[in-house]
Design a protein around this ligand. Structure first.
Ligand code: DQA
Length: 152
């Protein structure tokens, strides 16, 4: 059984209390449980992590690249939070490893401030999802499953 790595960046540990009108009322443990259910339904193991530190996220993408090359990882779902809009290092890590990665945002970043409209992740992501609320995580897991069977 292949693994899906779900990586959450800065401030996502505050889900549930952080701007609930934007991000909803579910906390990160709820999102992990949602991902667990979606992975079970689609025949994946789940590895779910959060960090407020850019370098730690870079290290985890490198790890994912090695597992992807070994054939044990189906892909990464990355909500890089604010690093989406600032991090050349994350861009380079994704590009350098060639790992299959879905960029995910809970909110519709294009309906928000202009500084959220640019992403350093999008050009190196396989796909981009935003605005589905936390349910987007489950949709992204189903999308990775479909990519496996269709070989996309
Ligand atoms: C976010 C959107 C980002 O602009 C923001 O900095 C976040 C969360 C989202 O999930 O909607 O921290 O990635």
């Amino acid at each position: 059984m292949k693994t899906i790595l779900v990586l959450n960046g800065p401030n996502l540990n505050l889900l549930g209390t952080r701007e609930p009108q934007v991000y909803g009322s579910q906390n990160l443990a709820d999102v992990q449980a949602l991902c667990d259910g979606a992975c079970d339904a689609n025949g994946f193991d789940l590895d779910f992590r959060q960090s407020n530190h850019e370098g730690e996220l870079v290290d985890w993408i490198h790890e994912a690249g090695r597992l992807h090359a070994d054939g044990t990882l189906a892909g990464v779902i990355l909500n890089a939070g604010a690093y989406t809009h600032t991090s050349v290092a994350l861009h380079d890590a994704i590009k350098g490893t060639g790992v299959t990665l879905i960029e995910l945002h809970i909110s519709n970043v294009f309906a928000r401030e202009a500084f959220r409209h640019h992403s350093y992740i999008s050009p190196v992501a396989k796909a981009v999802m935003c605005g589905f609320g936390v349910n987007g995580y489950a949709l992204a897991i189903a999308a990775l499953a479909a990519m496996q069977t269709k070989g996309a």
